[in-house]
Design a protein around this ligand. Structure first.
Ligand code: ADP
Length: 846
């Protein structure tokens, strides 16, 4: 078999020029090749036209030369004939003249000879015999000569021109031809003056012959010449005397080069000389007409061919442009097709694969060559799905397609499987007929994986939200719709928005913006970008929901919902247990405070006993004294009354002490009232002094005048003061200070802390001061340095002070580097914020 490649190759043994030509042709771009292929025929046509034109030109020149030659020959011939004729006539007339000169001819004879000549030779019109005195001796004229031209015998020669020729002939003694002005009838005349001489050889007149030039033309010029040409006789000034001429050509043939000058020839007629010129002009020949006709035909055909070629060329160029556009479009589509991630497969009506794109091959791992032309079952069908896919293909081929596409499994060449989604659409050809089916295939493994991940993350998300021990709900503003609710919300409020709205309303802040269009004017959120809105307005509130019997902490914030709507999210946490705990803690604290007071009193029991001992001893003494005095009857009524009054006062004092202690330790509900600071201080001092006195500690106190009333629970503040004063006394006792340094000072003054008016209570002692490690743990519950101490005093004091929005602090007092004592102080704001006091109603913890 022949190698198909080499069969198409050009023969290597081709001649060098062919080889060169092919190489050159091959090196041209296709565009240039097209241009050459188009221009060559036009050039050929133009060359052909040029060759035709030059051939015509050459032939025409040749022909013109020949014609010219013929004209010249004919004119020469005619001239010869005319000349011969004229010479013949001249000969005859000279013979007559000779005869006259020799006196062998008389007038009558002359006339008859002339008459015979005129009759025989029609060109000879008239002959006259003129003597030396210019008298006409005899004459004869043809009958056709007009009367005005007759020269009757006996007349005198007239006419300036004829006379001057006469003179010339006389002087020259030779025959002279002349041409007078045209006669009256317009026909030209030729005169011949032949001089006569007498016996002595003297001039004796002339014989004047007159020729009709017209007749000369008519009779002397051969008929074949005058038939072929326009023959004319011209005078010395090139005026036509006889004959005719060809009118100058007009029209398109004038454009032709050879038509520019007419083919003519002229030559002077001897013996007349330059005065008479014979001219022949060739008539237009039929050859010229045919030639130019042919020329125009060829020209028109060439032009038409060229025009058609150009038209064809332009048409081809348009085709080329369309083709280029098509190629560009095809390339573009191919590039698009190749860059596309969707696999494309075309089937013909029998289910044979006619086309697959790069993506399809890449997805399946089969090459285009392996797939195109295959009939079902296709190699990328998983074996186990074969029957099902066969049935589906059958459906596809019968047009039973599914609009949304369908999912199938596809086997790669390496045997692995992937999920794909197929979409089917009919393939329609240019004639509108269906030629097959186009299938697009998308690998949906990744989307499937993402979807699974998404649903898994959604599941995690909902699991977390559902498991949350807070209720989460989201509702758009101004709508009853519930966008999201977790399990706890549904448990508490069901699937309605009512719960959400109730929580929002009860929480009070943030107020719900009105999105009602009619209320736009009063919408407090108008013009606020949702970003700011969602960033701001996140607040907490604690509300009680009676339907649930629960305390809820409600936090709400605005957010942009997934659909772009502004929504409000409410997170509610059940804080009922915390509330209970807080309430219990408050009750506990209260109990702790009162037990602390009891403890204080217990600790002060011996002091109190000692304190009570004095009045009781006094009463006892008074009573004993009275009894003995009454027994002795030594008493008068006046003394008795005085003693009884003293006794009663002592009893009153004892009662007062007990009353004070009772009111201090009495367990009462927390009760804040506007209390007078001085009263409060004096009562505390009264109690503390019992202890201080026992320990031999002096107490001095200073209360600034005109202090405003404080909104406090007086018993609690008293408790704090008693506690601080007792600690101070204990510290002094512990430091074993000498009597002179056993003093405690209590000062109550108004102050300004951070621009806030407060009342400061300070207790300054001269005790041992606070060691650094004690300072650190001062307020810890049950921290004490005393063997009998409880360590809850200061802890309670701080709680009480802070529950009144006050602060407490302790510092050492130095004397040089020695600690000279310490100073405990606390302040309570002046009726600062009654509502704040109200809110913090139970925040005390032990
Ligand atoms: P207790 O008095 O029962 O020990 P407190 O809470 O009242 O409990 O005091 C705790 C400790 O703080 C005391 O044990 C003591 O060491 C120290 N302390 C309190 N007040 C003073 C003071 N004025 N001077 C020195 N130390 C003090």
């Amino acid at each position: 078999m022949q190698d198909p490649v080499s069969a198409h190759e050009p023969p290597h043994d081709a001649g060098a020029p062919t080889g060169w030509w092919r190489r050159w042709w091959g090196s041209q771009t296709p565009g240039r090749q097209d241009r050459f292929a188009m221009l060559a025929p036009v050039a050929a046509v133009l060359l052909f036209l040029a060759a035709i034109v030059s051939a015509f030109w050459y032939l025409r020149l040749e022909e013109m030369d020949r014609e010219h030659e013929a004209v010249r020959r004919d004119v020469e011939y005619a001239q010869q004939r005319v000349r011969l004729r004229l010479l013949e006539r001249q000969e005859q007339l000279m013979r007559v003249a000779h005869d006259i000169s020799n006196q062998q001819l008389e007038r009558d004879e002359f006339v008859s000879r002339i008459e015979a000549m005129v009759i025989q030779y029609p060109e000879l019109q008239a002959v006259a015999w003129i003597d030396d005195r210019r008298r006409i001796r005899a004459s004869y004229a043809a009958p056709s000569v007009a009367a005005g031209q007759l020269r009757p015998a006996g007349g005198v020669l007239r006419g300036g021109e004829t006379e001057s020729i006469y003179t010339l002939a006389r002087d020259l003694q030779q025959p002279v031809y002349s041409q007078p002005a045209a006669g009256a009838d317009g026909s030209g005349l030729l005169q011949l003056h032949i001089p006569l001489s007498n016996q002595q050889g003297k001039f004796a007149g002339v014989v004047l012959g007159e020729y009709s030039i017209d007749a000369i033309l008519r009779y002397a010029v051969p008929a074949e010449v005058s038939a072929k040409y326009a023959v004319a006789l011209l005078d010395g000034k090139n005026r036509i005397i006889a004959g005719n001429s060809v009118p100058p050509r007009k029209g398109p043939s004038q454009l032709l080069p050879w038509a520019a000058q007419p083919n003519e020839y002229e030559v002077p007629v001897s013996p007349v000389g330059n005065g008479l010129i014979i001219r022949a002009q060739a008539y237009r020949t039929s050859l010229g007409v045919i030639g130019s006709g042919l020329f125009w035909l060829v020209g028109a055909l060439s032009a038409m061919t060229a025009w058609m070629l150009i038209g064809n060329w332009r048409h081809t160029r348009r085709r080329m442009q369309a083709q280029r556009a098509l190629v560009a479009e095809t390339n573009f589509r191919r590039a698009m097709e190749n860059s596309m991630l969707t696999g494309m497969r075309a089937l013909d009506m029998q289910g044979r694969i006619t086309y697959v794109n790069a993506a399809f091959c890449q997805m399946t791992g089969w090459s285009e060559g392996e797939l195109v032309g295959r009939t079902p079952p296709f190699p990328y069908w998983p074996d186990e799905d074969r029957e099902q896919l066969m049935a589906r293909l059958d459906d596809e081929l019968h047009g039973r397609t599914v609009a949304g596409g369908f999912q199938v499994r596809v086997k790669r060449k390496d045997g692995s499987l992937f999920d794909a989604r197929l979409y089917l659409s009919p393939l329609i050809d240019a004639k509108g007929q269906q030629t097959g089916w186009m299938t697009s295939m998308t690998d949906i493994t990744e989307p499937n994986r993402i979807r699974e991940q998404l649903s898994a993350s959604y599941e995690r998300f909902t699991t977390v939200l559902e498991a949350l021990d807070a209720s989460v709900s989201v509702a758009p503003l101004g709508s009853e719709e519930l966008l999201f609710a977790n399990k706890l919300y549904r448990l508490w409020f069901g699937v309605q928005t009512a719960g959400h709205l109730q929580m929002v309303a009860q929480a009070g802040v943030p107020e719900q913006p009105r999105l009602d269009e009619s209320l736009d004017a009063v919408d407090s959120f108008v013009g606020l970008p949702t970003g700011t809105l969602t960033a701001a307005r996140s607040e907490n509130a604690e509300i009680f929901v009676p339907e649930l019997g629960k305390w809820l902490e409600v936090r709400s914030r605005y957010l942009n919902w997934v659909d772009g709507r502004l929504a409000q999210m409410v997170i509610a946490t059940d804080i009922t247990p915390r509330r209970h705990a807080e309430e219990q803690a408050a009750a506990q604290a209260e109990r702790a405070q009162s037990s602390s007071r009891l403890i204080t009193m217990g600790e002060m029991a011996s002091s109190v006993a000692h304190e009570l001992n004095q009045p009781l001893t006094a009463i006892n003494n008074y009573c004993n004294g009275l009894v003995s005095r009454i027994r002795k009857q030594q008493i008068n009524e006046e003394d008795l009354l005085a003693a009884l009054e003293k006794t009663a006062r002592q009893a009153q004092r004892a009662g007062q002490i007990i009353q004070r202690i009772r009111s201090f330790v009495k367990r009462s509900e927390p009760n804040r009232t506007l209390s007078d600071v001085a009263t409060l201080v004096s009562e505390a001092v009264e109690l503390a002094e019992i202890e201080l006195r026992r320990r031999n500690v002096r107490l001095s106190h200073y209360v600034a005048a005109r202090l405003p009333k404080l909104m406090v629970d007086p018993i609690l503040i008293e408790q704090v003061l008693v506690n601080l004063l007792r600690n101070a006394a204990e510290s002094i006792e512990h430091a074993r200070r000498p009597a002179s340094r056993r003093s405690v000072e209590l000062r109550v003054i108004p102050k300004d802390i951070d621009g806030q008016p407060v009342i400061e209570f300070s207790v300054l002692d001269s005790g041992q001061g606070l060691a650094p490690e004690v300072m650190e743990r001062l307020y810890e519950a049950f921290f004490t340095t005393k063997p009998e101490g409880m360590g809850i005093g200061l802890n309670l004091c701080r709680s009480i002070v802070e529950s009144h929005q006050g602060r407490m602090q302790a510092e050492n007092i130095y004397n040089g580097t020695d600690v000279a004592g310490c100073r405990f102080s606390f302040w309570i704001p002046l009726a600062g914020a009654p509502d704040a006091l109200e809110n913090k109603n139970a925040g005390v913890a032990v």
